[in-house]
Write a protein that binds this ligand. Structure first.
Ligand SMILES: [Zn+2]
Ligand SMILES: [Zn+2]
Length: 73
């Protein structure tokens, strides 16, 4: 049947995904599905997650402290 049409609806009700927001563009990132980068230093006291596009724009460096950003798996 055409279950593919309702994939989005099912995904919304799915509780397995961890969602984060990109600090730069506020895009919703889903850990485990999207390429999500974070700063190990800044993530301790604030949300410092970045999308793939901003990771490239920042050249892999945190805009707050200058540390190397790490891929969240
Ligand atoms: Zn972004
Ligand atoms: Zn940082």
């Amino acid at each position: 049947m055409s279950t593919g049409l309702f994939k989005g609806v099912n995904a919304m009700g799915h509780i397995g995904w961890v969602r984060r927001k990109c600090r730069i563009c506020a895009r919703t990132l889903i850990i485990g599905r999207d390429m999500v980068y974070h700063c190990p230093k800044c993530s301790k006291d604030r949300d410092a997650f970045f999308c793939e596009a901003d990771y490239k724009r920042l050249k892999g460096r945190c805009p707050f402290c200058g540390s190397e950003l790490k891929l969240v798996i």
